[in-house]
Design a protein around this ligand. Sequence first.
Ligand code: G3I
Length: 417
Amino acid sequence: MAKFRRTLLVATAVAAVASAQQQQQPPEDTTQQPEGLHALMLSAGKLYFGTATDVGNHNDEKYQAILAHQGEFGIITPENSQKWEVTEPRRNQFVYTTADTVAEKAQDNGHLLRCHTLTWHSQLPPFVSSGSWNASDLTDILTTHITNVMTHFKGRCYAWDVVNEALEEDGTYRESVFYEVLGDKYIPLSFKIAAQADPEAKLYYNDFNLETSPKKADGAERIVKLVRDAGERIDGVGFQGHLIVGQTPSRRALAALLSRFARLGVEVAWTELDIAHDFSSAASNGSSAANATQLEQQAADYVSVVGACLDEPRCVGVTVWQFTDKYSWVPLAFPGRGEPCLWTATYTKKPAYDAVSKLLREAAANKTGVSTSSAPTLPTPSSISGAAAALSRGGSGGALLSPLLGVVGGLMAMFVL
Ligand code: G3I
């Protein structure tokens, strides 16, 4: 404890020195801006830039060097290891080995956790998906699972994806085991259990194709209201952002979508962003590797998505679903599509990385991002929110100061963890 306090004081002092130095710098001197997407996000007034990662990536030194690079990422999402089939493979038998390993890695790197996911039809253990449940049994199962998992990670999650992908493309409810047995009541029920298990974590509904399916977006809005009407807490809507190069909506359309949800009073975030090339398209000309034109289009599409977050004050940040093509889920799930990430499979930064970096530098210089005073204010005082707020303060402290305050924020997160 004392050691942490000392470290924190030292880091604060370093930040204060940097602040003094910062005051002597012309604010428009972008050459003095920090390196790394998270540091730049802070400078632009947002809470974080993050990535999905998991234990399967832990022995890859080049990968780990980028993950740990100060300022590149501020928060991580376990790609698979917090899912139900991993954490409760058999009824009432909870296994946190891999998820704890990811959480420890986050702690080592000074990253917060964005936790994923609780009530989801996919990656369920057979005991849930194959059982013949009545409402009472399934309610017990949901309550036990959500309570146990959230309690285990309590104090370490900035947010939880409480309910994931409950909608079909036409906006109707997905025919999951939860919907079949409990009807739409399973959604507010999940949020109720989650709020009791960890009052400090932000509680999200998370889904894909909200960006491209208007009826699905209507369904997500209905879910926010459903939870609220049931008297339960919902803090955020996560837009997964699994998109396709050349088919990504414009920045303006994406910002309008985020704003539509922000007006409901929830915070919003890009939670699983990746933008894949469709190698069956004419633009590919039979090749299964992106050409220069496709890479430029991908860069423009990333700018649209990240730019939309900058445009909406209640958008707290962006998480990419892995940062390197080497570990992307896309080609495994969609043969013929691929290379959706910001780094190549051999860890070269792509034009999309440079374009996002430039966008964030300009946002920081022009202060087009959300200011600290208009930062999201939903459920506030908590250890995790405190750490996030410390990260956020980097945004108002100036470009040079930001990464150092990011360090302080990271240390605070470690302190909390
Ligand atoms: O763990 C088994 C391993 O034991 C087995 O040997 C191996 C053989 O294929 O499979 C492993 O399981 C894989 C698992 O990832 C863990 O690596 C599954 O096959 C594979 O299907 C699974 O894919 C994950 C997918 O969710 C499952 O739905 C992806 O990695 C993960 O990126 C993806 O993430 C989802 C989000 O959670 C929700 N939104 C969509 C997103 C993309 O599908």
